[in-house]
Design a protein around this ligand. Structure first.
Ligand code: ADP
Ligand code: MG
Length: 734
C-alpha cells in the first residue's frame, strides 16, 4: 500500500483483563500474558511448551494490563480519535477478542460507576463537554443510531418493531460511502438524551438475547454518532464539517465448534463466522499490501467498516485478551490478528461541506421559519395601523394566505386581543340596535362569529409556527451554551493537564520503541574495538542475539503454518459436509423428481445477488399477466371433442362391432319385464310387447333389450362420441 502524505496506520492497543475468580481457582498456573507498559509489548508464554522455548513478543501502540483503568485507556488511546471526529474526520473504534475477554467491558463498562465507564459513555461526555466549551459562533448537530448484525442481517435497535421486520439494506453513495438505508437516527441535545438512546438499543438487544442463547457473543453491535459542526470561515460563509464515529462491539472471535453440526445449524455457524472471517481476510489483504482485491463485499460487517479499514477514517482497534492458560490458542490468534492490523494504512480527511449535511437543511428551515415570522409580524403591525384608522374589513383574497402563515410577536397578540374586543362590542351594538330586523341581526351576528373563529384559528396557527421554530432551533447546539454550564476553570485545567500527561506517555512510548529498533541497528556503528578479542566477544554476543531471533522467527513461521493447515482442514471439513449434503439432495432429485419437472424448476430459478439467495422467476411476467390466459385448443371439424379409435370404429360399423367377427348374435334375454301399468291400466296392457317404448311408462322404467337400445344409440352417436362408449356397456338405462 502506498504511503502518501495523508495516510496513517490503524492504531492497535491490547488490553488484558484480570483472571476471573473461576480461573484463579481452576489452575495453579498464573496468567500467561505479561505486559511491558513502557514499551507497549505483550509477552505471551505457551503453557504447554518447555520453559526453554522462547516466549512470543508483540509490540503495539499501547498495552493495558489487568490493573489498567478505563480512564487511562480513554485518555491515551481514544481521546485523540474523538477530537478528530469533532474536527470533521471519520473515526472508528472496535473491540476484538474472544468472548469474555472484556470487549463489552471496554466499550460500555459499568454505567453506574464513573470509574468503570467504558469508551462509549466517556465519548458522550467528551463530545458534549467539547460543544459546551467551544466558541459561540459554532453550531452543532449530534445524531445517534444503533444497529446490530445478527446472522448477516442488519437490525435497527432503535426501531420498536425491529424484530418483526426484515433486515435493513446496505447502500452505497459516492458522497458518504456505504450506509444503511432507513436506519433510525435520533437528534441528541445532551448527554442524557444520547444515553437514553443507548439504553433503548441495549434493551432491544437484551430482549433478543433471551430468545437466542448466547446472542450477544454472536452479534456485532454498532453505535453510530454523527457530529455536524458549522462555523463561519474566512470567506464569511458558514462551513460545515461532518464527523462520523463508529463504536463497534464485535461478536466473540473464538471458533464456533464445528463438530457434529449439520444442516441448518451448520449454515448458521457458517454465517456467524462469516463476518469475522471476512474481517480477518480484509485485514490480511490490506496488511499484505500486495493483493489488489480486498474482499469487503463478503460480509455486511466488512462493508460497513469499509471506510474504517483502508479508507477515509481514523481507526483504533482494541484487542482484548484473557490471561487464562487454557485459552492460549485463542489469545495467540487475537494477538496475530492485532499485529497484522497495525499495517493497515488509512487515508483520513476532513469531511468539509458534504451535500447531505443535515445541519445545512436545518439551518435553511430555521431561516425560512424566521423569515415567515418576521414577515407576519411586519404585516400585523401594518394591519393594526390600518384598523386604528378605519373599520376592519375582511379581505377574501388574503384569507387563504393568512391561514397558513400567521403573525406572531407581542404586537400581533395585542392586535388579536383588540380585534376580539372590537368584535364583542360590535355584537353588543347589533343586539341592542332596535332598528334592525331580527333576520339582519342574526346575519350580522353570524358574520362576526365567523370572524372571531378565523381570528382564533390564526392565533393557533401562529403558536404552532412559533413552537416549530423553537423546536427546530433547539435541536442545534450552539457552542458555549445549551448544555451543562461551564465547569469551573480549575476542573478544566485539571483535565487539560491529564490530557497532556497522556500525550506525554504516548510520545515517550513511541520514542522508547524507536530507540529499541535503532539500538539494534546502531550498536555496530557505535562500537570501536580496541582489541581483536573484544571484537570477537562483541560479535559473538551479536551472533547469539541474532540466532535467538532466527529461532523465534522460525518458530513463528512454523506456528503460522500450523494454523494455516488447521484452518484449511476446518474449511475442508465444512466443504466435505456441504458436498455430502449436496449429493444427498441431488440423489433425491434424480430419483424422485421427474426430469421435466426438474427442468421446469431449473428454468425458473435465478440468483438474486442482493438477497444472496436463489429465487423463482414469476410464472407470468408481471406486465402481461392480464393478457396471458391460455386458449383452449380448437376441436376437429365435425366433432365436438377428439374421440377414441374404438368409438370411431363403432361409429362406422354400428354397434356391437366387437362381436361381429365372432359371428355372435346378440339375443334379448327372455325376461318378463315388470309391469306396474297393469295395475293401473287394466286389461289393455296385460301382455307387454318388446316394442314398448320406455318413455311411454308412467311409473317405473323397465329394463330394455340390447336390441332396443341399439336404435337410440345409433341415432345419437353421430353427434356424441360418448355414445360410442355407451355401446360398449350393454344394458344402459335411460
Ligand atoms: P466480552 O464482551 O468480550 O464477551 P465482557 O466485557 O462481557 O466480555 O467481560 C466479561 C467479564 O469480565 C465481565 O464480567 C467483566 O466485568 C469482566 N471484565 C472484563 N474486562 C475487565 C477488566 N479490564 N477489569 C475488570 N473486569 C473485567
Ligand atoms: Mg460482549
Amino acid at each position: 500500500m502506498s504511503k502518501n502524505k495523508s495516510s496513517e496506520s490503524v492504531k492497535v492497543v491490547v488490553r488484558c483483563r484480570p483472571l476471573s475468580r473461576k480461573e484463579e481457582s481452576n489452575g495453579p498456573a498464573g496468567g500467561i500474558v505479561q505486559m511491558d507498559l513502557r514499551l507497549g509489548q505483550v509477552i505471551l508464554r505457551n503453557p504447554r511448551a518447555p520453559p526453554s522455548e522462547p516466549q512470543k513478543t508483540f509490540t503495539f501502540d499501547a498495552v493495558y494490563d489487568s490493573s489498567s483503568k478505563q480512564r487511562d485507556l480513554y485518555d491515551e488511546s481514544v481521546r485523540p480519535l474523538i477530537d478528530s471526529v469533532l474536527a470533521g474526520f471519520n473515526g472508528t473504534i472496535f473491540a476484538y477478542g474472544q468472548t469474555g475477554t472484556g470487549k463489552t467491558y471496554t466499550m460500555q463498562g459499568l454505567w453506574l460507576d464513573p470509574e468503570k465507564q467504558g469508551v462509549i459513555p466517556n465519548a458522550f461526555d467528551h463530545i458534549f463537554t467539547h460543544i459546551s466549551r467551544s466558541q459561540s459562533d459554532k453550531q452543532y448537530l449530534v445524531r445517534a443510531s444503533y444497529l446490530e448484525i445478527y446472522l448477516e442481517e442488519i437490525r435497527d435497535l432503535l426501531d420498536p418493531n425491529h424484530g418483526n421486520t426484515r433486515g435493513l439494506e446496505l447502500r452505497e453513495s459516492p458522497e458518504t460511502g456505504v450506509y444503511v438505508q432507513d436506519l433510525t437516527s435520533c437528534v441528541c441535545k445532551s448527554i442524557k438524551e444520547i444515553e437514553e438512546v443507548m439504553n433503548v438499543g441495549n434493551q432491544a438487544r437484551a430482549v433478543g438475547a433471551t430468545d437466542m442463547n448466547e446472542h450477544s457473543s454472536r452479534s456485532h453491535a454498532l453505535f453510530l454518532i454523527t457530529v455536524e459542526c458549522s462555523q463561519p470561515g474566512p470567506d464569511g460563509r458558514k462551513h460545515i464539517r461532518v464527523g462520523r464515529l463508529n463504536l463497534v462491539d464485535l461478536a466473540g472471535s473464538e471458533r464456533q465448534a464445528k463438530t457434529g453440526v449439520q444442516g441448518d445449524r451448520l449454515k448458521e455457524a457458517a454465517k456467524i463466522n462469516l463476518s469475522l472471517s471476512a474481517l480477518g481476510n480484509v485485514i490480511s489483504a490490506l496488511a499484505d499490501g500486495r493483493s489488489s482485491h480486498v474482499p469487503y463485499r463478503d460480509s455486511k460487517l466488512t462493508r460497513l467498516l469499509q471506510d474504517s479499514l483502508g479508507g477515509n477514517a481514523k481507526t483504533v482497534m482494541v484487542a482484548t485478551l484473557g490471561p487464562a492458560p487454557q485459552h492460549y490458542d485463542e489469545t495467540l490468534t487475537t494477538l496475530r490478528y492485532a499485529n497484522r492490523a497495525k499495517n493497515i494504512q488509512n487515508q483520513p480527511r476532513v469531511n468539509e461541506d458534504p451535500k447531505d449535511a443535515l445541519l445545512r437543511e436545518f439551518q435553511k428551515e430555521i431561516a425560512r421559519l424566521r423569515a415567515q415570522l418576521n414577515h407576519r409580524r411586519f404585516r400585523s403591525k401594518q394591519k393594526k395601523e390600518q384598523v386604528d384608522g378605519e373599520a376592519w374589513e375582511r379581505d377574501g383574497d388574503e384569507e387563504e394566505e393568512e391561514v397558513e402563515e400567521e403573525e406572531v410577536g407581542k404586537e400581533a397578540e395585542e392586535f388579536v386581543k383588540l380585534e376580539e374586543q372590537r368584535l364583542e362590542k360590535e355584537n353588543e351594538a347589533i343586539r341592542e340596535d332596535q332598528f334592525l330586523l331580527a333576520e339582519e341581526k342574526q346575519k350580522l351576528l353570524g358574520e362576526n362569529e365567523k370572524m372571531m373563529g378565523d381570528l382564533r384559528k390564526r392565533q393557533e396557527a401562529t403558536e404552532q409556527l412559533t413552537a416549530r421554530y423553537k423546536a427546530m432551533e433547539s435541536k442545534l447546539l450552539v457552542g458555549g451554551k445549551n448544555i451543562i454550564d461551564h465547569t469551573n476553570e480549575q476542573q478544566k485545567m485539571l483535565e487539560i493537564k491529564r490530557q497532556e500527561i497522556a500525550e506525554q506517555t504516548r510520545r515517550e512510548r513511541e520514542m522508547q520503541q524507536q530507540m529499541l529498533i535503532q539500538d539494534e541497528e546502531a550498536v555496530e556503528l557505535r562500537e570501536t574495538f580496541t582489541s581483536l578479542q573484544q571484537e570477537v566477544e562483541a560479535k559473538t554476543k551479536k551472533l547469539k542475539k541474532l540466532y535467538a531471533k532466527l529461532q523465534c522467527t522460525k518458530a513463528e513461521i512454523k506456528d503460522v503454518n500450523d494454523e494455516h493447515v488447521r484452518s484449511r482442514q476446518e474449511l475442508e471439513q465444512t466443504q466435505n459436509e456441504l458436498t455430502r449434503e449436496l449429493k444427498f439432495k441431488y440423489l433425491i432429485i434424480e430419483n424422485f423428481i421427474p426430469p421435466e419437472e426438474k427442468n421446469k424448476i431449473m428454468n425458473r430459478l435465478m440468483f438474486d445477488p442482493d438477497e444472496d439467495e436463489w429465487k423463482f422467476k414469476p410464472l407470468v411476467p408481471d406486465e402481461s399477466k392480464s393478457s396471458q390466459m391460455k386458449k383452449r385448443p380448437v376441436s376437429a371439424v365435425g366433432y365436438k371433442r377428439p374421440i377414441s379409435q374404438y368409438a370411431r370404429v363403432a361409429l362406422s360399423m354400428g354397434t356391437h362391432s366387437r362381436y361381429r367377427a365372432e359371428n355372435i348374435m346378440l339375443l334379448e334375454l327372455d325376461m318378463t319385464p315388470p309391469n306396474t301399468s297393469a295395475l293401473t291400466d287394466g286389461e289393455q296392457n296385460q301382455s307387454p310387447t318388446l316394442n314398448n317404448s320406455p318413455t311411454n311408462d308412467t311409473g317405473i322404467c323397465k329394463s330394455r333389450s340390447w336390441y332396443q337400445s341399439q336404435k337410440s344409440i345409433t341415432s345419437s352417436s353421430s353427434n356424441n362420441s360418448l355414445a360410442g362408449c355407451q355401446t360398449a356397456t350393454p344394458a344402459v338405462a335411460m
